[in-house]
Structure formats: C-alpha cells, structure tokens
Design a protein around this ligand. Structure first.
Ligand code: KE4
Length: 425
C-alpha cells in the first residue's frame, strides 16, 4: 500500500468520502486520490515522492503555477502583520482597484471567501432588486454549493450523478428554472411565459463544469437581451473564467456584460477569496448601505488580499495571456494529433488556457452532448496519464488548466505521455 492509500483510509474515517470537496474523491475515474505534499511551478509532488505535471491547478486559481515566488512572499509578508483584523484595511482597496482596473464595468464590489458565497449573494441581491423570486440557470452549469443553484448542476454534482441535491426544499427548487446551455430558440418562449417573474438568469459565460463548453454565437447576447426586455438581471458567473480567459474575463473576451458578476479562484491566488459586483444601483442595496444582508468573518482577509494583489499584478504584465494562449494551443494541437494517430475519436474544447478532452465522436456543445462522451474511456485515459506523471482533472465534466508555469518541456512531455497513454486505451 502506498502512502496515499494509507492516508485515504484514515481520511475516510474522518471525512465523508475521505475528502473536503466531493470532486477530489476520484468518483468520476475510480481509484485512490493522490495526496500531495508540495507544488512548485507546473508540478505537484505526492506523498510517495512521485511528480506530476499539473493541469488541475487547484481547479483554476493557480494560473501562475504553484508556489509562485511573488505570491508566496506577499502571503508571508502580510501574515507577519497578522492574519485577520475583522476590520477595514488597505489591502481590500488594493485588490478591488486591481479587479476594477481590468473590469471597469464593475462599479462596486464586495469580497467574500468563496465563489459559492459570491453567487449566493448575487442571487439574493437580484431577487431583492427586482422583487421577484424565480431564477433561470442552465443545465450543467455549476455555480457553487448553494441551495437555489444545486439544480441540474455540473461539476461534482454531475460527476457523481446526483439527482440535483437532496436537502434542497422542493418549494425552493421549484423557483429555479433550467434550460439547455446554448439553446437560443428556447429563450424566447421561456421568457414569454416566465419573464415577468424572473429575478435573474445566472450563467457560466464559458461553461467549465461540464467540461469546457464555449458559448454558441449569439447565445449570451440573446440571453442578455431577453433579460433586459423582461426586467430581469443577468448574473455572469466568472468564478472560473475571471482573469482566466482574458484579463477582463469572458465579458471582455466575448463582449457581453452582466448586471452582476461573481468571482473566485484566480482573484485569491490560491487563498479563499470570492467577490460579487456590478451596477452601482444594484450594489447599493447591499448592507450596510442597503437592506440586503451579506457578511463574512474573513471577507477581505489581509493575507488573501495580498495573494490576490500579487497574482493580478503578475498577470497584468505584458505578454501573459499571449504566453498562455501559445502554450495551450500547442498542447491542444498535440493532443488532437496524437488521438488521431491512435484513431481515437476525441473532441477537444478550449477557450484560452481552459480546455477539456472529450472522448466523443460528435461535437460537445451542451450538457446532453457532454453526457454522451465516453466517461469510461476518459477514466482509463486519466489513469494512464497519471502513471505517466500527468495529473488531469479526475472527471470528464471538469476543465483542465494551463498555467504560466507550463513551459515547452511540460507541454511536449504531456503530448508524448498522451501518445503512450492513447496506445493503451
Ligand atoms: P467555490 O465555492 O468552490 O469557491 O466556487 C464555486 C463555483 C462557482 N462558479 C463556478 C463557475 C465554479 O466553477 C465554482 C467552483 N468550481 C469547482 C470545480 N469545477 C470547484 C472545485 C470543487 O468543488 O472542489
């Protein structure tokens, strides 16, 4: 038994499923999760001393790679002044400035400690602003583990095949409508019937939680127009795409704008940070300025703020996104070429440095087509790559990420590993 197996045995006695977040349990691919003890750059090392080129990147935050010197130094220096004040400090202003510099359409923001808190608060705020209770989300989109949004959600809910989630009161779940992502023709009739009662639509502008699903041309624009016409707010969930697919996130890359935006992951640089923000007239309702309550003991935590500021500063340097694009394009082309060589039907969906390799013949454009992908073959590929020293997301329904620490050696090594892995499928 290796050390990961021994630790997992103990972990299962301590935590439900042996983990503190379901998708880490390898439920989608089988086998024993690796326990890691350090990360550096593009590499993770497990407790048995094995190294892996990491494409999970803590599910998105580590766009600079592990243990980035400037981020680690910022954390250490901030911690020497204390870990939390529970009071205003300048670091909050510095991170808010950096976020708004990249996304000037965010007139006001509020920091939280997770993406789930951010999307939950955005929903409550939209309901208060519009005085309406019903919401629209899209099948397979995941917006965090919050009651109203654990309805036909993606990520771990999809991976584990959970029927939405028990424990969500049916009276509440009934207020959440779902439509297929990218299905433009369904928008018109839906809003004609329900529009007057819809507080907001919430959407991953580029879905990462069914694997990567880019938006169909015109889909987001049509959704924004329908929301506007119905007096509903558009909540753009950029927890994953924010600072990932462009400095201004998916909203900059795609030219759409939400009334509210949710953030997480990268803006914390690997520490617990989320945020929601947007129109000043809507944000003015948030307590203590307005009556909509939202709070958090560690919101705006000085150490987390310092990690976020250092991360966004490094990302803002010229050429960062061009380098991410070049490395990601090289990897994608190599994987597709090797799959073709092995005569394996694959579809590789990619937007910038977030990507998913689906084992599927047909295009994967929505949750239904993603569900038709060959998950068993993905699981075999995952384990073959793990043995080759490459750590992919342990689920077909998750996005993989390239970081600025992935150089040509890592990319070319991954392509060579895939060649050997494909031969074994
Ligand atoms: P957190 O509460 O996990 O910080 O953020 C929730 C969330 C909200 N919106 C989007 C688009 C997200 O992708 C997430 C979280 N993503 C998952 C992975 N797909 C986090 C990993 C996990 O659940 O352990």
């Amino acid at each position: 038994m290796d050390r990961s197996e021994a630790l997992f045995e103990e972990a299962r006695r301590l935590f439900p499923g042996g983990v503190n977040s379901p998708v880490r349990a390898f439920g989608g691919v089988g086998g024993t999760p690796r326990f890691f003890r350090r990360g550096h750059g593009a590499t993770l090392e497990d407790v048995d001393g094995r190294s892996y080129v990491d494409y999970v990147g803590s599910w998105g935050p580590l766009i600079l790679g592990h243990a980035h010197a400037e981020v680690s130094r910022a954390i250490a220096e901030a911690a020497l002044d204390g870990t939390s004040y529970g009071a205003p400090h300048e670091g909050e202003i510095r991170l808010a400035r950096a976020v708004r510099e990249a996304m000037p359409w965010l007139e006001r923001v509020r920091f939280t400690s997770s993406g789930t808190e951010a999307t939950s608060a955005a929903l409550r705020l939209a309901r208060a602003f519009t005085k309406r209770d019903e919401i629209l989300k899209f099948d397979g989109c995941y917006h965090g583990a919050t009651d109203s949004l654990l309805v036909r959600a993606g990520s771990g809910v999809e991976t584990l095949g959970l029927p939405d989630s028990p424990g969500v009161p049916s009276a509440l779940a009934r207020l959440t409508h779902t439509l297929p992502f990218n299905d433009v023709p369904r928008l018109e009739p839906f809003f004609a019937e329900h529009g007057a009662r819809i507080a907001c639509a919430i959407v991953e502008p580029i879905v990462g939680n069914m694997g990567v699903l880019p938006p169909a041309p015109g889909f987001l624009e049509a959704l924004a127009a329908r929301c506007r016409a119905a007096g509903a707010l558009l909540v753009v969930d950029e927890v994953m795409t924010g600072f990932r697919v462009a400095r201004g996130g998916a909203q900059e890359r795609l030219g759409v704008r939400g009334d509210l935006t949710a953030f997480g992951k990268i803006i914390g640089g690997g520490l617990p940070v989320g945020a929601f923000g947007g129109r000043a007239d809507v944000m003015a309702l948030v307590a203590p300025e307005g009556p909509v309550y939202q709070a958090g003991t560690l919101s705006g935590n000085p150490v987390a703020m310092a990690a976020g500021v250092a991360t966004l500063a490094a990302l803002a340097r010229p050429g960062s996104y061009e380098r991410l694009e070049a490395a990601s394009a090289r990897l994608a082309a190599g994987l597709v070429e090797e799959a073709a060589r092995a005569k394996l039907p694959v579809r590789l969906n990619r937007v910038g440095s977030m990507w998913t390799l689906f084992f599927a013949e047909a295009e994967v454009v929505d949750a239904a087509s993603a569900r038709r992908a060959d998950r068993a073959r993905y699981a075999s590929f995952f384990h073959a790559m793990l043995e080759e020293g490459v750590y992919l997301p342990p689920s077909q329904f998750e996005a993989a990420f390239v970081s600025l620490a992935h150089g040509e050696a890592e990319i070319d090594g991954t392509i060579a590993a895939a060649r050997r892995a494909f031969e074994r499928l």
